[in-house]
Design a binder for this molecule. Structure first.
Ligand SMILES: *[C@@H]1O[C@H](CO)[C@@H](O)[C@H](O)[C@H]1NC(C)=O
Ligand SMILES: *[C@@H]1O[C@H](CO)[C@@H](O)[C@H](O)[C@H]1NC(C)=O
Ligand SMILES: *[C@@H]1O[C@H](CO)[C@@H](O)[C@H](O)[C@H]1NC(C)=O
Ligand SMILES: *[C@@H]1O[C@H](CO)[C@@H](O)[C@H](O)[C@H]1NC(C)=O
Ligand SMILES: *[C@@H]1O[C@H](CO)[C@@H](O)[C@H](O)[C@H]1NC(C)=O
Ligand SMILES: *[C@@H]1O[C@H](CO)[C@@H](O)[C@H](O)[C@H]1NC(C)=O
Length: 411
């Protein structure tokens, strides 16, 4: 009883904390009809979600009249995303602070710079407080011209988010450069270059699965690619699958919709994959734990460790281990064992962490099919609790800790 109540308390406090820190840029801008086009594009490009996730930021908004010059160039939605992400400064500038900039000028990093797409200084915005109180803005790769000016403060929630209107879009050759459409994306190339080469190579020699991925690139695709060490160690098991098993297995790591990281973080639940086909479910569960996003099946749990690409409609993330579909693998191998396998250690009444790991016994492929293509294996250790995930760990743990303290205090 006691425990239930405590759990409930923890849970509800957690919810309260989670929702109260949120500003909603869509809602903030909705009060200002002259900014409706800008607002519309923030939603279309999914930047709104990224903005809602962050604090200490400044959005440089453009009114409908000034937006038309931008739209007349017919940029693709991907280019729009780059342009607008240059209009989100990763620092808080209210009207007051703009006029108190040390030495009258500053360079602000932007969300465009943070995407890693922008080379050199092209993701920075120069803010200069001119004599007479005029404040000018310009992209740093713009040859020093500052021809967009502060118009007015739109919304200020210090020091979470400030929305200020500027007179016109910041021109930037880099941000405005045509972004390759999704069909020109080389997804295996991107994976190969960033730690998922073994998975990409395996995909490339399986034309059926590769075709399934390609068919989905335009309509929306999210890929979770296992990092090289993990996938390499898994190859013996993979080679053991039938041809159709191999195809389904590879397709299992793709989801036929675009999911940005913030979408994943706000949606726990079952997810179908490219391998899902009627009775063959081939699904997995997305589950957030603090700032971590994990994917789990009945067999194992893996976590997202990094983002290789997040450009609507395609996202590619790395995962630390090979997620195993229950359609192809058995839970724990009940080897000729005396000890009954301690399946998922039965429920301690805890809401916090139910980490169950079930290991299938690692056995060397004795009757391996083609000895030729087995690469020098392999550090059999799949114990990959690697630090790449550190980048996702963040404030929310603090929040959890705080709610625990609060609970203790309340008792
Ligand atoms: C800013 O965010 C914090 C949580 O991060 C919240 O407690 C506070 O109310 C927010 N401030 C405003 C002005 O919205
Ligand atoms: C933000 O506000 C808009 C408009 O009110 C709403 O449709 C949307 O669901 C809100 N987003 C979040 C994350 O609350
Ligand atoms: C402001 O100018 C002074 C003197 O020119 C310089 O020493 C200082 O570093 C500048 N501060 C900033 C923040 O640029
Ligand atoms: C911003 O641009 C102006 C004009 O080109 C230049 O004088 C100033 O030094 C720049 N500020 C910074 C911080 O680079
Ligand atoms: C995609 O990238 C891979 C690996 O970098 C390369 O071998 C392949 O030729 C590329 N495909 C295309 C169509 O560019
Ligand atoms: C391959 O499959 C056989 C028969 O199902 C099984 O006995 C063997 O352990 C498997 N090898 C690996 C590496 O999974």
């Amino acid at each position: 009883m006691q425990q239930r109540q405590q759990l409930f308390l923890i849970f509800s406090l957690f919810l309260v904390f989670q929702t109260s820190n949120g500003h909603n840029i869509t809602r903030l801008l909705a009060k200002h009809s002259s900014l409706s086009t800008f607002n519309h594009y923030l939603t279309l490009t999914h930047l709104a979600q990224e903005i809602n996730r962050r604090t200490t930021i400044t959005v440089l908004a453009i009114d409908n009249a000034a937006m038309s010059s931008l739209l007349s160039k017919n940029p693709s939605i991907y280019t729009m995303k780059n342009i607008f992400s240059l209009h989100v400064l990763l620092d808080y500038f209210g009207a007051k602070k703009l006029h108190q900039i040390t030495n009258g000028t500053a360079l602000a990093a932007t969300m465009f710079q943070a995407t890693g797409v922008a080379p050199g200084v092209s993701g920075f915005v120069n803010i200069t407080d001119f004599k007479g109180g005029k404040v000018g803005f310009g992209a740093e790769d713009n040859g020093g011209s500052l021809d967009s000016f502060f118009v007015k403060s739109v919304e200020e929630l210090p020091y979470n988010i400030s929305v200020i209107q500027i007179s016109k879009p910041l021109p930037s050759a880099v941000a405005e450069a045509p972004t390759p459409g999704p069909s020109e994306l080389n997804i295996t190339g991107i994976m190969s270059a960033h730690g998922c080469k073994v998975f990409a190579d395996t995909l490339l020699v399986n034309p059926e699965a590769m075709g399934t991925y390609e068919d989905n690139v335009n309509g929306g695709l999210t890929v979770f690619c296992p990092l090289d060490d993990a996938f390499k160690a898994f190859l013996p098991k993979f080679k053991n699958l039938t041809a159709s098993g191999k195809e389904s297995f590879l397709e299992f790591f793709g989801v036929p919709v675009y999911q940005s990281l913030s979408m994943l973080k706000s949606n726990n639940g079952l997810m179908n994959t490219l391998a899902t086909d009627g009775a063959s479910k081939f699904d997995f569960t997305v589950q957030n734990e603090g700032e971590e996003v994990t994917l789990k099946t009945k067999i194992n749990t893996v976590k997202i460790t990094g983002t290789l690409l997040d450009e609507q409609p395609v996202a590619i993330y790395t995962i630390d281990k090979v997620l195993m579909p229950r359609e192809l693998f058995k839970a724990a191998a009940p080897t000729p064992a005396p000890a009954p396998a301690p399946e998922e250690a039965a429920d301690a009444p805890k809401a916090s962490k139910s980490k169950f790991k079930s290991k299938s016994a690692p056995e060397p492929a004795s009757e391996s099919d083609s000895p030729a293509d087995s690469p020098d294996d392999d550090p059999a250790d799949q114990t990959a609790d690697d630090n790449a995930a550190a980048s996702f760990k963040g404030g929310r743990f603090v929040v959890v800790g705080l709610s625990f303290l609060l609970v203790l205090w309340l008792l």
